[in-house]
Design a protein around this ligand. Sequence first.
Ligand code: UDP
Length: 412
Amino acid sequence: MLQKVSLGPKSIDKYYEIYNNGFIDELKSLADDLKGLRLCHINSTPFGGGVAELLLSYIPLVRDLGLTADWQVITGDRRFFDITKSLHNAIQGAQYPLLERTTERVYLQNNLENAKELSTDYDVFVVNDPQPAALRHFCEDRHAKWIWRCHIDSSEPDDYAWQFLRPYVEEYDAAIFTMEKFVPSDLGVPVIVPVAPAIDAFSPKNLPIPKDICRGILDNQGIDRNRPLVVQVSRFDPWKDPFGVIKAYQLAKEKIPGLQLALVGSLAGDDPEGWQIYAAIHDEANKDPDIFVFSNLTGVGNMEVNAFQTAADIVLQKSIKEGFGLVVAEALWKQTPMIAGNAGGIPMQMRGKLSDYLVNNVEECAEKIVYIFENPQVSGELGQEGKENIRDNFLTPRLIRDELALMKRLLK
Ligand code: UDP
C-alpha cells in the first residue's frame, strides 16, 4: 500500500550562491539542534501537482542537512480518489456532492489500510492535505509529533465536508496553513502556524536555460517561435479556469493577431477529474490551430515546463481559487511577465507593480495580455521585481527553516 519515494541527492550548499547573508548557516545550525530527527512526509501522489513538486526538493535538502527524511505516498482505490478529489474541492468551498455514509466509510477504510503499514520509526510525521488526514487517527503509536499541512484555500470550506474532516485534523499536534486567513475559524489544534510553500532554484524546472534554446524546444512542439505566445501551466482542474484562459486568449487575439496559446497540464494520480477536463480542453483546442495542449503524458516533463515558462511572452495563472500556485513563483523566478487570478496565495507573490496584473475575470485578463504586448518595456521591470520577491521569500531553504522551527518547538 504505502510507497516510499526514492530520490536522488541535492546539496544545500548550492544556496550559498543565492544567499550570502548567513541564512544557510542559520539553517544548518537549526538542523544541528534537531540532530537525530527522523521525519516523514506523507501525501497522496508522487507526481503531478504542487505537493509532489515541493517534496521532490525538500526531502533531499533536509537529508543533506543531516536529518533523516522520507516521503511516503498513500495508495487507494479509484473510489477513494474520487471521494478525496470531491473532499479537496469541498474544502476549497465547492459543494460536497457525495453525502453518504458509504463515502465516509471508503475514505476511512483506505486511511486505515495505509495506517496499518506506516512504520513508527519516525519522530515527526507531516501529513499533507485532506486525502491522508485520518492516518493519525488510525496510528496507535503516540510517541511521534503529528503535523497536518494544508496546501489549499480552506478559508470557506463546505460545512459538511469540513465537519467530517475536522475531528481527524484536531487529533494533530500542529497544523500548517499557507496563510493565516486559510485557517477555518472553528479549528481546535494546539499549534497553528502559517508557512508558505516554495520552489527550488536549482531543480531542472527552475534552472536558467537560454531563451533561444527554450524557443527551439517549443519550436519542436509545433509552436511558431516568431509569433507571440501565452502559456498556462496547470493541472487540468476547474479552479485553474482553463476555459477562462481560452476565452481571454480569444479576446486578446482580436488585438494581437497571430497570438498562440499553450495549455500545459499534468494529470496526477490522485486526480481522476483531470481526465474529463483534459478531454474537454482538447475538444476546444481542436477548433483553433493556434491553441496547443500538452501534458506529462505526451512527454512534457520538467525541462519542457521550464522551457515554456522561460520562452513564453506572458505566463497566465488564471486561478479562481489557489492555495499558493507554485507555477506563479516558477514563472516569476524566470522573470517572465505574469498575469494571474486575484485569489488565495497568488497576491502574496505578486506585490508592488506586479499586483497590477492580478485579474478578477476574463475581460481583465485579456486587457492585461494586450497591454503587455503593446508596452513591451514593462516586461523588464516586472521580471526583476518578481524574481527578487521569490528569492527573498519563496525558495525551499526558507520553507525548510520554517518547518524545522515548528518541529523544534513541538519536540521541546
Ligand atoms: N506542473 C508540471 N507539469 C504540468 C503542470 C504542472 O510539472 O504539466 C507542475 C508545476 O510546474 C508546479 C506544480 O505542477 O510545480 C503545480 O503546483 P501548483 O502549486 O501551481 O498547483 P497545484 O497543482 O498544487 O494545485
